[in-house]
Design a protein around this ligand. Structure first.
Ligand code: PGA
Length: 257
């Protein structure tokens, strides 16, 4: 019922030429995949060239961040309308790197989320606990307050198009993936909070897992009831590895990967 949604977060990687070369190799590798939604969030500088290089491929574009104001004196920022203009369908919001390194608060993220929805784009809202928070037994408190705060201004009429990425901070870029069971526990908790906030629409919301997703662990994660996709950093930089993640069903069936 929920179409899996797998997105690449390239962070601050790849020149324009590298992004175009990725598309040349990647697009044919996923051309026949119709049952998984795919998006790539490149650096802003590569968005236009990547759009052109992907051609008629079904791969969507995502922004890694956006400002909530429509325009104005906000040096270094990019508006949601600018992302729509260059062909983005999604915008990643509240990534733990934005929260930890650039001081983004839930209140700030909430404004962005509203702006993204108002422009008809789809937010990918990231939440997740740090190692210290998990060890202190605070995981669910952290998830609850991030969801409440970041969704404070969300438009319920767009709830079904919302995507949430559960990304335990201790699993990002560390090679330490959450076990499928531990991830499912968090995803189930997130969906219950989404149901409190949005009612039955919560059943349509895709919840991605993020944090050291690789071709080898995707099928087991995706087999969990509330894991509906992945937000992939490091392993999305290589077209063969990212396409193997997208073709996770073949690995589960033991065909290839
Ligand atoms: P990773 O990053 O796959 O390199 O752990 C995931 C993310 O930060 O979205």
């Amino acid at each position: 019922m929920r179409t899996p949604f797998i997105a690449a977060n390239w962070k601050m990687h790849k020149s324009i030429a590298e992004a175009v070369e990725f598309a040349r190799v990647f697009a044919p590798l996923v051309r026949d995949v119709t049952d998984v939604e795919i998006a790539i969030a490149p650096a802003f500088t590569s968005l236009a060239a990547l759009r052109a290089a992907l051609g008629t491929s079904r791969v969507a574009l995502a922004g890694q961040n956006a400002h909530f104001e429509a325009k104005g004196a906000f040096t270094g920022e990019i508006s949601v309308a600018m992302l729509a203009d260059v062909g983005c369908r999604h915008v990643i919001l509240g990534h733990s790197e934005r929260r930890a390194l650039f001081g983004e608060t839930d209140a700030f993220i909430a404004k962005k989320l509203r702006a993204v929805q108002a422009a008809g784009l789809r937010p990918i809202l990231c939440v997740g606990e740090s190692a210290v928070e998990r060890e202190a037994g605070r995981t669910f408190d952290v998830l609850r307050s991030q969801l409440e705060g970041s969704l404070a201004e969300a438009d319920p009429s767009h709830a079904a198009e919302l995507v949430v990425a559960y990304e335990p901070v201790w699993a990002i870029g560390t090679g330490k993936t959450a076990t499928p069971e531990l991830a499912q526990e968090a995803h189930g908790f997130v969906r219950a909070r989404l149901a409190e906030r949005f009612g039955p629409a919560a059943e349509s919301i895709r919840i991605q897992y993020g944090g050291s997703v690789k071709p080898e662990n995707t099928a087991d994660l995706m087999a969990q009831a509330d894991i509906d996709g992945a937000l992939v950093g490091g392993a999305s930089l290589d077209p063969v590895s990212f396409s193997a993640i997208i073709r996770f069903r073949e690995r589960r069936a033991g065909v290839s990967g």
